[in-house]
Design a binder for this molecule. Structure first.
Ligand code: NAG
Ligand code: NAG
Ligand code: NAG
Length: 183
């Protein structure tokens, strides 16, 4: 069975189950999927390209997605800012921050998923970032806005938030991609 079909079945079963449990008291709530990942990890890219993105195309209506790019990176406080050390080095730190900024400015998964799926399917997420943004969200946000976010205080703050969310995982993650379904 294709991997994205397996994921789609898992998510559908969760949705049906929560529908049964909650039907009497409130409307159907979507399946919450949180992905803790890093932009250059091959297994993350494989999961996104072959499972998450094709599933998203089919089941967007029953999914509430949270993407948290940070993964196995480390953060170090440096005055008022944070410095990051990434598993796949500086390109990955840049890629993570670009995606954190895209998620922030594009606001909802309907807008940012196609851009991020485009980047993660590319041979180099970093060099394709601008093309992916302009191809999939041509009017929502300018590349210049993302660029100044990435190397500015907003990008630093967003990555610090992602670091905190990752470090607060209970149980802690011990590899990436780390996938939570309904918590
Ligand atoms: C989606 O998840 C976020 C938390 O990640 C939550 O704040 C929001 O209420 C959820 N939306 C729905 C429709 O369940
Ligand atoms: C998602 O955000 C875009 C702007 O980035 C907006 O145009 C669109 O209406 C939003 N869609 C939903 C479902 O909130
Ligand atoms: C951020 O700054 C670094 C180092 O100066 C540079 O290599 C990189 O291209 C910049 N990133 C963006 C998105 O402009």
């Amino acid at each position: 069975m294709k991997l994205h079909v397996q994921l789609a079945i898992v998510l559908s079963l969760w949705a049906v189950e929560s529908r049964c449990v909650t039907a009497k008291t409130r409307l159907l709530s979507p399946v919450q999927l949180s992905l803790f990942y890093e932009t250059y990890c091959p297994d993350c890219r494989h999961f996104m390209m072959n499972q998450l993105c094709p599933t998203w195309l089919r089941l967007e209506d029953i999914m509430n997605i949270s993407l948290i790019p940070f993964g196995n990176a480390k953060e170090i406080q440096n005055g008022q800012n944070w410095q990051f050390v990434c598993q796949h080095e500086e390109d990955e730190c840049q890629g993570n921050t670009i995606q954190a900024c895209m998620i922030h400015y594009l606001k909802n998964a309907t807008s940012y998923m196609p851009v991020i799926c485009c980047m993660e399917s590319a041979s180099s997420p970093l060099t394709e970032a601008q093309r992916c943004l302009q191809a999939h969200a041509p009017t929502e946000v300018l590349w210049d806005t993302i660029k100044s976010c990435v190397n500015g205080s907003k990008g630093n703050e967003l990555m610090h938030q992602n670091a905190q969310m990752t470090n607060e995982l209970e149980p802690p993650h011990n590899y990436v991609p780390w996938i939570l379904i309904n918590g």
